[in-house]
Design a protein around this ligand. Sequence first.
Ligand code: PHE
Length: 336
Amino acid sequence: MRAMQLAELKAKAEALREEWQRALASVQDADGLEQVRVRFLGRRGELTRLFSSLKELAPAERAPAGQLLNALKQEITDALAQKAQLIEEQERARRLAAERYDFTLPGKWRPLGHLHPLTQVRLEIEDIFMRMGFDVASGPEVEDDYHNFEALNIPEDHPARDEWDSFYIDERLLLRTHTSPVQIRVMKSRKPPVRIICPGRCYRRDNPDATHSPVFHQVELLWVERGLTMANLKWIIEEFVRRFFGPGYEMRFSADFFPFTEPSAQVHIRRPRGEWLEIMGAGMVDPAVLAEVGYDPEEVTGFAFGLGIERMAMLRWGIEDIRLFYQNDIRFLSQF
Ligand code: PHE
């Protein structure tokens, strides 16, 4: 291998300087920049090759030659970094220009699904009672005669059964006609105090009209504890109506009869200038029902109500036909 002179290496370094400067000047983008880096600084790059020729120099010349090459390398590295930054800025400016928004254009509506109005009302009712300290309980929609009727003090052949025209599945099973059977299930599985609400679907063989549907929804409320009275029941209902509807709704209590409550009441509500609409049946849990689930009627008393969710929604929004909730007409549903 022919020995190299310092002067020759200097000349090569000088030539290299011109070359990389020219190469860098014509670089347009990040890819081009990388090519320049590889060409000069890469493992087989031109500067790297000059470095390996250092060993061909006389030992005394190697140090100054090394300094020269290191300085050159630093120069190239700095220039590359500068250029990289420049390219990035240009790229950013180009993107900003290309992606400019015109904020004066009108916005676009994007249709979104939402909860069914009955679901909205149910969740709101649950929320109100959960804040008052009630648990949410549930039970089967296919019930047996015992829970739906008998344990609620409605024996077979009792004329009150006609109140709940039922869909029977066989001798013993039916679609529950109200949410009251959940009371029985919960009380049989817990000791008092009991404080629950049970929202759910109910079924009756009613002919559909503006205020009746064979499928509808109720929320049952039950509170059993020592010392409860009808006055506590009245407070709960008034407070609930106030929280759900806000001020301006009138409420009316009147006497009623249910086999599982004594005394019993029905509650009517009227929106401002509207018609009276019954929203619930209520009353003090009959001692016979407490005894049936193994509670001592001398120890505890309780009250319950069964509330129609559809009725609440109709009152809130002034809806006049219950069937609208089940027809899935998007023109109706999209209003909520
Ligand atoms: N279960 C009764 C009905 O559906 C309503 C009710 C519930 C009445 C609780 C009193 C107490 O008609």
